[in-house]
Design a protein around this ligand. Structure first.
Ligand code: NAP
Length: 275
């Protein structure tokens, strides 16, 4: 049998690193810690080694298309593809950040939505039969959905929204913030929230597509919320440790062979959430 391989984006620290730690302990295969910065990645690998864990390393900056395609080519070439992909890399401006909202919108959607979509575009074709794909989204995206206009909510919840339509809507939000017209356009005042609304909706679209186009591969693709977790992003007042935050993403990454659900769902505390 060929070697199984799991890849976690943005895993040099925070929840991503905790996902790598858990996979190193629980996954019957090779685990790749990836980081946009080689130095920070190698340091994280060394920290895992000090715990007796042995992840492999590959550079991966999801904002850099050539980094994504190089990594995808590497995994295809070396392992024939990947078995588990966790799209964890993400960013958030701090509440107190004074960067203009339009800039926050562009930068946040670039990583959390558009770059994560680039990952899915280039990695889904190399996810092997029986593969598991997890997009680390957020309850903030679920809340942002309820703050959108009824028309937008209807589209994000519809079964017939296409990837192109969703990409157009996400771009519409970014463009509207530049003219300060996003509120009139029915959007909430949260760039991070909208980016995660987009990511969860994208997960649902691509899951339907997988079911339709590769039914025999039985790949399970889900979005999840790790909970509110003590990391550089969320600060030290959050109730969950990174290891606790990793529980739901790892549960979805390790759904047993033959499982048929959840698929195309938003999952929190291992439970499928209403969307
Ligand atoms: P974090 O501690 O700030 O870690 C974020 C990770 O993503 C870092 O490794 C960062 O790398 C990496 N990253 C950012 N941009 C990247 C890029 N372009 N390419 C590759 N890696 C990139 O945040 P976290 O709290 O662990 O968050 C992990 C995920 O959970 C995010 O998607 C976040 O939105 C989600 N989430 C977190 C919470 C929470 O309470 N913490 C709640 C809900 C959802 P660098 O070190 O190089 O910056």
């Amino acid at each position: 049998m060929s070697t199984k391989v799991a890849v976690v984006t943005g895993s040099n620290k925070g929840i991503g690193l905790a996902i790598v730690r858990a996979l190193c302990k629980q996954y019957q295969g090779v685990v790749y810690l990836t980081s946009r910065d080689e130095g920070r990645g190698q340091e994280a690998v060394a920290s895992m080694a000090s715990e007796g864990l042995k992840p492999m390393f590959h550079q991966l900056d999801i904002n850099d298309l050539s980094s994504i395609t190089a990594a995808a080519a590497y995994f295809k070439d070396k392992y024939g593809g990947v078995d588990v992909l966790v799209n964890n890399a993400g960013i958030a401006f701090k509440g107190a950040d004074t960067t203009p909202f339009a800039v926050q919108a562009e930068v946040t959607l670039k990583t959390n939505f558009f770059a994560t979509r680039d990952m899915l575009t280039h990695f889904l074709p190399i996810v092997k039969a029986g593969g598991r794909v997890v997009n680390v989204s957020s309850f903030v995206g679920q809340r942002a959905l309820t703050q959108c206009s009824p028309e937008l909510q209807k589209r994000f919840r519809s079964e017939d929204i296409t990837e192109d339509e969703l990409v157009g809507l996400m771009q519409q939000f970014v463009d509207a913030t530049k003219k300060n017209e996003h509120k009139q356009g029915g959007w909430p005042e949260t760039a991070y929230g909208v980016s995660k609304t987009g990511l969860t909706t994208l997960t649902m679209i691509l899951a339907r597509q997988l079911t339709k186009e590769r039914p025999s591969d039985k790949i399970l693709l889900n979005a999840c919320c790790p909970g509110w977790v003590r990391t550089d992003m969320a600060g030290d007042k959050a109730p969950k440790s990174p290891d606790e935050g990793a529980i739901t993403p790892v549960y979805l990454a390790l759904l047993p062979a033959g499982a048929t659900d959840p698929h195309g769902k938003f999952v929190s505390d291992k439970e499928v959430q209403a969307w």
